[in-house]
Every structure is written in C-alpha cells, then in structure tokens.
Design a protein around this ligand. Structure first.
Ligand SMILES: Cc1ncc(COP(=O)(O)O)c(C=O)c1O
Length: 416
C-alpha cells in the first residue's frame, strides 16, 4: 500500500499493457532534445558544461518583430485565427517566395503551421499510406524518419559520403527510388551536415525525379538564409519548374529570424495538398498562434538588415570551429557552406580508450565520453543515421565555442 501511495504521489503508476498506441512504439523521442536535457541536468548539478547539441540561434528575436507581437496583443488580435493562417501572413509568404525564390505561390497555396516540424508532420500524415516509401538522405534531420514511421510509411535511407560533401548523388537517389516511393525529402542547407547544393547539383537530382513521376519532393529550406562564402541558395521548384506541381516548398521563421520559440513554419504547395493539410490541422493544433503569426508578418515584410549580421557571425564561428577541430587529434572536420552545424568524422578514434577506461567503440561512446570527461555536449552521428561522426551546433558565443573546442582537443589527446 505504502509503495502504491508513493508511486501515485510521484505520478509514476504503470500504464496498462497495450495502452500506448502502436504508432508511438514505432518511434524514438528526439535524441537531440534528450542530449540537450542531459547537459542541462549536469549543469543543474553544478558541473561546468557547454551545450553544443541544441539547434537554435543564440541571438534574440529582433525588436521590430517583438514590437509587432506586442502591438497584436494590444489590438486584441488574440482570437482563433483561420486554420491555414491569417490572410496577412499567407500574403507575406506568397511575396517572400516570389522575392527570394522566384516562385509563384498564390496566398491560397501558402499554408502556416505551428513550426516547420508541423509542416513536415501535416504533409506526411496527410499523404503517407502503409507501405508508402519516403526517401531521406543520411545524415538526416532526426525527425524525418520518425514522422514517416508515425504516418505508417517506410523511410528509405540513402547514405551520403563525406567525400561528396554529404550531398545525395543522383546515382544514390536513383537506387533509392521504387514504385512505392511517394516523397523525397531534401533538406539544404542540411541539419546536421551543413551541406548545400549548387544549382547544377540540384538540377542533377531533379533530372532523376523527372524520370519518376510518382515521386513528390518536400524541400526543407529552413536554413536558406544561413549560407556563407557567397554561396547562392536555390530551391527545387525554381531549378526545375516542371516539378512545381509535385513540390512542397517548406520554410519558416525559426532559424533565419531567431524565432524558435514562436513556433511558426510555412510552405507553398499545390492547393489540394495545402487543403488536405488544413483538414488535418483543423483536428489537431487548429492553427498557429495568432500573435506569433502577426510577428511573422513583420519578420517577412519588415527590414531584413539583421540577416547579413547573423550570417557574418555564424560564418566566423564556422571558421573558428572548423579550424580548431581540425587541430584535434584524430578528428577530420569538413567545412560546410551553410546552416550552423559541422559534422566531423571520428573514424580515426575508433577503438581508442579514454582515461576513464571507456572504449570509443562508436560515435555514441565518443559523445558520452566527451560529456563525462569534459562536460561538452554534442550529438553522435548515429542519431542522424550516419556514423562515425558527431554534430556540433555552433550557434553559441565565440568564447563558449573556443573553450568547447579546447576541451575536445584535450579529450582527443587523452585517448590512447
Ligand atoms: C532541418 C530542419 N527542419 C525543420 C526544423 C523545424 O523547425 P521548427 O522549429 O520551426 O519546427 C528544424 C529544426 O531544428 C530543422 O533543423
């Protein structure tokens, strides 16, 4: 009795067998969120930790955007918005696609959801049937395969190679496609590798897709504005207009405008698809927050002057991290063109032993050993489907990055 009372008080009574849905059992909790939490727990215990696992800009949301949200609250724009998004934001999204991507999406083709993740979720849930295949290239953003599994589909992973800059090659794409393929998810600049595709590289992929009319493309352009060294971003429907009819172009304000907590993502797509997504959203989140939507109108329509400022800061950090990691014994770190991640290889450290006795048998052991020995939290490559690598998010201060890289260098030198 006392044990039952204790369990009830802690909220940890067991659920009846079979209570959880089978679809939930198919998926994993997000590992990047789990590692970020582990680092925060260690910090709360007094450990001197540095978190490089979370994928969010450390900058604050620009003031003009915050002011737009405050004005919306004061003006009483606090009622249920339309499911697909407020007309002002759909119009702003439509203009953004024209201005920045030379894509014609009418406001009716533009759809707003509570975050970029909710766009991917709605699109896949609205279209994937049991047995349908969705091609993702590895290393992938952690959520793609799990959302496909939740939807009852089959993720088909096409691995990339460090030698190809972690870009999907036309041959690997061709091999991954079958008659059951419904979607290709293409994310660039990539989370976790930072890889970007030039116009020509994208065209080579769209040429493959032109031979497979059953395949739609979900292009996740969340990091569009975070490209460096003069790299010119292009997106699928812009490069191959004949694919426009089967492309969903996804984007959001989270990364470009430092608005991760506002939870706004958007897309342009053929209207029957956005209508299907709206049907689903009408029975789940209903809509994105009205206040965040007004803030996003200002983000898209207002001044864009801080984007090059963010870009410059990220580029400097990328250069710092790549240079310091390449000085760490056994680490090889390619220099990506975009996002705020690097994806270094720890291949040369496999089989070595840390002073604690831990054998670095895979990239997860490397990440765990690093967190234990030096308090630096990174995410192992296995979480993104390609080993032996790890991901660093460099969206943090230069001082923290320098210290973290020094600790990584020390940890690598300590391996025997
Ligand atoms: C590649 C990619 N797509 C989508 C998202 C989701 O963005 P949001 O925070 O707007 O849901 C993220 C966030 O980490 C991401 O890295």
């Amino acid at each position: 009795m006392a044990r039952l009372a204790r369990r009830q008080a802690s909220g940890m009574t067991a659920l009846p067998k079979g209570f959880l849905s089978e679809s939930l059992n198919r998926i994993q909790p997000s590992q990047t969120i789990a590692i970020t939490q582990k680092e925060r727990d260690l910090k709360a215990l007094g450990r001197d930790t540095i978190g490089l696992a979370a994928g969010e800009p450390d900058f604050d949301t620009p003031d003009n955007i915050k002011e737009a949200a405050i004005a919306a609250i004061r003006a009483g724009k606090t009622k249920y918005p339309p499911v697909e998004g407020i007309p002002e934001l759909r119009a702003a999204v439509s203009r953004k696609f024209k201005r920045e991507n030379n894509l014609d999406y009418t406001p009716q083709q533009c759809f707003v959801a509570p975050g970029g993740k909710a766009i991917v979720f709605n699109a896949l849930m609205a279209t994937v049937n049991p047995g349908d295949e969705v091609v993702v290239s590895a290393p992938y953003w952690v959520s793609y395969p799990d959302i496909v599994l939740l939807a009852g589909g089959r993720p088909v992973v096409a691995e990339t190679r460090v030698e190809d800059g972690f870009r999907l090659t036309p041959a690997a794409l061709e091999r991954a496609i079958t008659p059951r393929t419904k979607w290709l998810i293409l994310n660039q600049p990539s989370n976790p590798s930072g890889a970007c595709y030039s116009r020509e590289q994208l065209k080579a992929l769209t040429d493959v897709l032109m031979r497979h009319p059953q395949v739609w493309v979900l292009t996740d352009d969340m990091y569009e504005h975070l490209v460096y060294g003069g790299f010119k971003f292009s997106t699928v429907a812009e490069v191959e207009p004949r694919l426009y009819e089967r492309t969903l172009t996804m984007n959001g304000v989270s990364k470009a405008y430092a608005m991760t907590g506002w939870r706004i993502g958007y897309c342009g797509a053929p209207e029957p698809l956005t209508k299907a997504m709206a049907k689903l959203q009408s029975q789940s989140a209903t809509s994105a927050s009205s206040i965040s939507q007004w803030a996003s109108v200002e983000a898209l329509n207002g001044t864009q002057h801080f984007i090059p400022v963010f870009q410059k800061a990220f580029e400097e950090r990328r250069d710092l991290v790549v240079s310091m990691l390449n000085q760490a014994r056994g680490i090889e770190c390619p220099k990506p063109e975009g996002a705020f991640y690097v994806y270094p290889s720890v291949r040369k450290l496999m089989g070595k032993r840390a002073p604690s006795g831990r054998v670095i048998s895979n990239d997860e052991a490397f990440a765990t050993g690093l967190l234990e020995a030096e308090g630096v939290a990174v995410v192992h490559g296995g979480a993104f489907g390609l080993s032996p690598f790890f991901r660093i998010s460099y969206a943090t201060s230069n001082a923290a990055l320098e210290e973290a890289c020094r600790r990584i260098q020390r940890f690598c030198s300590s391996l025997d």
